[in-house]
Write a protein that binds this ligand. Structure first.
Ligand code: HEM
Length: 417
């Protein structure tokens, strides 16, 4: 390996910045400031490398020297020391381990293959009417004119309803699943508080018990849905019981809040950019590129994790084997070196190389579904309402570092003539 620079910006107090309330309200000015200091930084307090540059992350996401199995983190949860100091954390991370996102190589491929058929183009086509029906039902329940909380009335329930349909789980469980999911999504925060770990542990236990019962009562049915794929893989030995349950939990968590965030954040972006809203209404063909631009400008998930499987050089920084690496997507997606006018919403932006769905072997398996859901959701909402305006201050949920989404988005709406 050539001589490389070892680190940049060693004095930055990363975790204070990432959890700061002003940063969580609007992280972009601070991310630009940090990005200007260099594309890769080491947090000396814990050995975590942060990537903020687009070129650096493109390399990291594709590199076979960077994996996603957190057991390879030299000073991470999978050590005797960690286990002695934080038994709840150890239990939580080990019970969350046997799933595709936390494995590399053959094990990862074996698990991912189980679900791949559900996200192919043909499967997506067959989901269109289901998503349209769910979006239509939610819109029907919304007023023709007046004020609505868009998150509560539409963006929040839609992805969960779609997921529950895809897994054939009754709608009456929406709230319970949303609660489990909200506790478990914090695992993506990388550093969790002790209380959050206990809450996530409880949610994981309840979720797995529920899914174990579902599998047991449904194992002799021939189901053409996502639960059917999981049950089949368990029956034929492709996945053991823990792998079956953990992948199911993960799928329901990964596919839920992320998509709520895409629809909610996308609507806020349109509210803040009326010219782009008018452009989209005038030219609905732009819907596909508009969704990519929502994903770029307000990525929802802010941190993408990798672990160095060997010493690796990224844009002049040497990352030693066993180090965790976090891509800060809010910075990467707005890197001025890669994107013209990076902070501006341009719904027709060509060659939009946003990284919100990650990259390489772990690229989000559910991306086609999320994209489709968002396209159908925005088309349906714009179709019903000729007028949509902000009716109050949008409220960001400030209680999580990784997921940047809205808790409330008050809108004033009026049905199209
Ligand atoms: C806007 C919505 C979504 C966003 C922003 C999102 C984002 C992500 C990201 C960043 C990753 C990790 C990629 C990496 O490490 O390189 C990921 C992986 C994953 N996502 Fe999504 N996701 C979304 C929707 C969904 C949906 C709808 C599902 C399923 C129903 C889903 C299931 C998964 C799974 C199972 C993985 C692990 C893939 C693997 O390790 O091979 N996601 N997603």
């Amino acid at each position: 390996m050539s001589e490389v620079q070892i680190e940049n910006g060693g004095d930055i107090d990363w975790w204070s910045i990432l959890s700061d309330q002003t940063f969580l309200e609007n992280p972009y000015p601070e991310l630009h400031r940090l990005q200007a200091l260099g594309p890769v930084h080491l947090d000396r307090s814990n050995g975590i490398y942060f990537i903020l540059g687009h070129k650096a992350f493109s390399k990291a996401a594709k590199s076979s020297a960077l994996g996603r199995d957190t057991r390879n983190w030299t000073n991470g949860w999978n050590t005797e020391d960690y286990r002695a100091h934080d038994p709840v954390g150890y239990r939580l991370f080990s019970e969350f381990q046997p799933q595709m996102i936390n494995n590399d190589g053959d094990i990862h491929r074996r698990m991912r293959k189980v679900y791949e058929p559900a996200f192919r183009a043909q499967a997506m086509t067959s989901m269109v009417s289901l998503i349209e029906e769910e979006a239509g039902a939610l819109l029907k329940a919304m007023p023709d004119r007046g004020e609505v909380d868009f998150i509560e009335a539409f963006a929040g329930p839609l992805p969960l309803r779609v997921l529950c349909k895809l897994f054939d789980i009754p709608e009456s469980l929406d709230e319970t699943i949303a609660r489990w999911s909200a506790s478990l999504i914090r695992i993506g925060d990388i550093l969790m508080t002790p209380e959050q770990k206990v809450e996530a542990m409880e949610a994981l236990g309840e979720f797995k018990t529920f899914l174990r019962e579902q599998i047991s009562t449904r194992k002799n049915r021939d189901e053409d849905n996502l639960m059917g794929l999981a049950i089949e893989a368990h029956k034929d030995g492709t996945l053991d019981e823990e792998e079956t349950l953990t992948n199911l939990v993960s799928m329901l968590v990964a596919g839920h809040e992320t998509t709520v965030t895409l629809i909610g954040n996308g609507m806020l972006l349109l509210m803040r950019n009326p010219d782009e809203m008018a452009r989209l209404r005038k030219d609905p063909e732009l819907m596909r590129t508009a969704i990519e631009e929502f994903l770029r400008v307000e990525p929802g998930g802010n941190m993408i994790l990798r672990i160095a499987l060997e010493d690796v050089e990224v844009e002049g920084t040497l990352i030693p084997k066993g180090s965790p690496v976090i891509g800060l997507i809010g910075a990467i997606n707005r890197d001025p070196v890669r994107f013209e006018r990076p902070d501006e919403l341009d719904i027709g932006r060509p060659a939009n190389a946003q990284f919100t769905f990650g990259g390489g072997a772990h690229f989000c398996i559910g991306a086609p579904l999320a994209r489709l859901e968002a396209q159908i959701a925005f088309s349906a909402v714009l179709d019903k309402y000729g007028t949509i305006e902000l009716a109050g201050k949008p409220e960001w949920r400030l209680d999580r570092m990784n997921a940047r989404g809205l808790g409330h988005l008050p809108l004033r709406v009026e049905r199209a003539a």
